[in-house]
Ligand binder design. Structure first.
Ligand code: HEM
Ligand SMILES: N[C@@H](CC(=O)c1ccccc1NC=O)C(=O)O
Length: 259
């Protein structure tokens, strides 16, 4: 076995098939394919991190979460390459994209679901892909990464309201004063709750990087298509700006006001 065999390079290089003769379409394709590969690794790490937390293996989960934050950093730097594409260059091949859109990235949706940003309506977009729908539905049956962190709070003896511990898993998370109170106790005495303190900071770190990704995306989109509607059927920049308001781990942010 040689380098190309091991990495399956022949198969990999068969996957770049521009639909037009526009020079910049190869950049666009490779940018998205590399993003999807990094997302694949992020999912691999996030699934394992959640399993580790639920099994009480906290130190190994930190290692994986730190790696996910670095992956997001990688994805954030990659926008600089795509930003070299001007509106004139993108317009040359945009019609070739048809109805395809980042909105249909099922790995991206799985990351959102796994972290806790859950909206079952987003599954319907994949109605022509039963395998993808099943995969996303399965994810909605599991506790999110944040639910796993909250189960750590319960395990440490904090009294978490049943509205949170026994909530329906397949929808958005609602902030709860008992969770904020627990994080407040953790941040108030890090030495006593070091694992939880470190977990809180790892999650804030992750969300911080994720926010930068959303911001880079919307800025690049505005730079390239202005206020045009998206190929996925949304308002485009208006929709993506709205998504900037998403908060994944709400009490970890709100608690900072009272520390
Ligand atoms: C010139 C580059 C890009 C443009 C013009 C663009 C445009 C858009 C627009 C307008 C949307 C809203 C949905 C729609 O109506 O289509 C969207 C969503 C999305 N895009 Fe992009 N995008 C670009 C690059 C990328 C890249 C590099 C990625 C990386 C994978 C990406 C991933 C996504 C994802 C995951 C969504 C769904 C976001 C959500 O639902 O919160 N996009 N994009
Ligand atoms: N929604 C974009 C198209 C688009 O971005 C896209 C199309 C095909 C494959 C990936 C895409 N990227 C991210 O949304 C647009 O409206 O121009």
């Amino acid at each position: 076995m040689d380098y190309a065999d091991y990495l399956g390079l022949d198969g990999l290089f068969e996957c770049q098939n521009p639909q037009s003769d526009a020079h910049d379409e190869l950049l666009f394709i490779i940018q998205h394919q590399t993003s999807e590969l990094w997302m694949r690794l992020a999912l691999h790490e996030l699934h394992a991190a959640r399993t580790a937390i639920l099994a009480g293996e906290i130190q190994p989960s930190f290692k994986m979460l730190a790696r996910v934050a670095r992956i997001f950093e990688q994805l954030n730097s990659a926008w600089d390459v795509l930003r070299t594409m001007t509106p004139s260059e993108y317009t040359r091949f945009r019609p070739s994209l048809g109805g395809s859109s980042g909105f249909q990235s099922f790995q991206y949706r799985e990351i959102e679901f796994l972290l806790g940003n859950r909206n079952p309506a987003m599954i319907d977009i994949h109605k022509n892909r039963p395998d993808v729908m099943a995969r996303l539905r399965t994810e909605l049956e599991r506790p999110s990464l944040y639910d796993a962190a909250i189960s750590m709070l319960c395990g440490a003896g904090f009294d978490i309201a049943p509205e949170t511990t026994h909530r329906a898993l397949d929808r958005g998370y609602h902030p709860d004063p008992s969770v904020e109170a627990a994080w407040k106790a953790v941040y108030g005495d890090p030495g006593r709750h070091w694992d939880l303190y470190e977990m809180g900071e790892k999650l804030v770190d992750l969300e911080d990087y994720f926010r930068r990704w959303r911001f880079n995306h919307v800025t690049t989109v505005e730079r390239v298509i202005g206020a045009k509607p998206g190929t996925g059927g949304t308002g485009g920049v208006t929709y993506l700006r709205k998504m900037l308001e998403t908060v994944l781990f709400p009490e970890l942010w709100s608690v900072r006001t009272s520390l």
